[in-house]
Design a protein. Structure first.
Lengths: 174, 178
């Protein structure tokens, strides 16, 4: 008796139709203005580090090894795809692409590294050096994040210390 | 084509345990979406189980916080080998925007070893399915690290062969001015 009722149920469900999306077989289009992974364009970037200032997850790190070179590193681990970097970029060098298929076995696959030549940049005032360390700190062009440990450096006299200020919390696990 | 896909997928069905260690539940809802009939994951053999002792894969969501780190480690230890861990969402992959707050130790991989990462905030259900497909070896991954360079300057980073030892220090021998 219960077998027949199950058959009836099956027939009823078959009549209703299938609602499953054929996702892996067919690509599913995303809505307009969907924010996927940000893509950096090296040809347009002027190295102002506005994206690094604005990122809420502190995902974009900036280091100035010398006056002519600036390294801007986007580590993709904590990125929430909010789009603030693309919003703030004055040259439009960052576009939020429509890629959402970012699964990977190595998280360093998502990173992007830009090395930018800082010539006579109008916007960030790097064409001349200040007279002393205090003047250089007040200029907008100098940042010293720790690229090897992927850390923002919070203190401004970072060029004197070699350790990052924020340390990892240690906890004992059974 | 469907038959090929079935042959590849059906012998490898995964039983999944979902562990949320302090997240906002956004990725939770997306994982639940994957298991509903709309983006059906059960057709691939992926079944949600209630205990880590029955599971092959642990789906971690949310960053590891101070209070839940112990529980997460115990759930991982309770899973029988061979086991996989997927970190879903930006919080599990790298700590999310909460990486430096008072209660969060960091990403999930500070507590347990992670095999696959699926970033996003929250990742779309299709992205989660894609990540699982990459783990099963059905598709190739679509991301690779990218490095751009505008100019090569005479500094030690680009020419490590010019670094010499002098008086117990390592010095870049071609530097003319600092």
């Amino acid at each position: 008796m219960s077998f027949i009722s199950k058959l009836k149920e099956t027939l009823l469900c078959l009549k209703a139709g299938r609602v499953t999306l054929p996702y892996p077989m067919q690509a599913k289009p995303v809505p307009k203005r969907f924010r996927g992974r940000p893509i950096f364009d090296i040809n347009k970037c002027i190295g102002c580090a506005g994206c690094a200032n604005n990122c809420p997850a502190r995902e974009i790190l900036v280091e100035d090894p010398c006056q002519e070179l600036r390294i801007i590193k986007y580590i993709g681990r904590r990125c929430t795809y909010c789009g603030r970097c693309a919003d703030v970029c004055p040259e439009g060098a960052i576009t939020m692409s429509q890629e959402y298929e970012n699964g990977t076995n190595d998280i360093h696959d998502i990173g992007q590294d830009l090395r930018i030549f800082m010539g006579t940049c109008q916007r960030c005032g790097r064409c001349f050096k200040g007279v002393g360390p205090l003047d250089e700190l007040m200029m907008k062009g100098y940042r010293f994040d720790d690229l090897k440990k992927d850390n923002w450096v919070y203190k401004s006299k970072a060029y004197l210390d070699t350790e990052p200020v924020v340390r990892d919390v240690e906890i004992e696990l059974d | 084509m469907l038959r090929e896909l079935c042959k590849k997928i059906l012998p490898r069905s995964l039983w999944v345990y979902h562990a949320n260690s302090g997240g906002c539940n956004g990725c939770d809802i997306e994982v639940l979406n994957v298991l509903t009939p709309y983006y059906d994951a059960e057709r691939f053999g992926i079944k949600l189980v209630g205990s880590p002792r029955h599971a092959d894969v642990m789906l971690c969501q949310g960053p590891a916080s101070r209070t839940t780190a112990r529980a997460l480690k115990r759930a991982y230890d309770a899973m029988p080998a061979p086991k996989l861990v997927f970190a879903i969402g930006s919080c599990a992959c790298g700590g999310g925007i909460w990486y430096d707050t008072y209660n969060i130790i960091g990403p999930v991989e500070k507590v347990i070893p992670v095999n696959y990462y699926i970033p996003g905030c929250p990742p779309r259900p299709e992205a989660i399915l894609f990540g699982v497909a990459v783990a099963l070896g059905l598709v190739d991954k679509k991301t690779a690290p990218v490095k751009f360079k505008q100019l090569e300057l005479p500094i030690a980073e680009y020419h490590p062969e010019d670094l010499v030892e002098k008086d117990g220090m390592v010095v870049y021998s071609k530097m003319e001015h600092v």
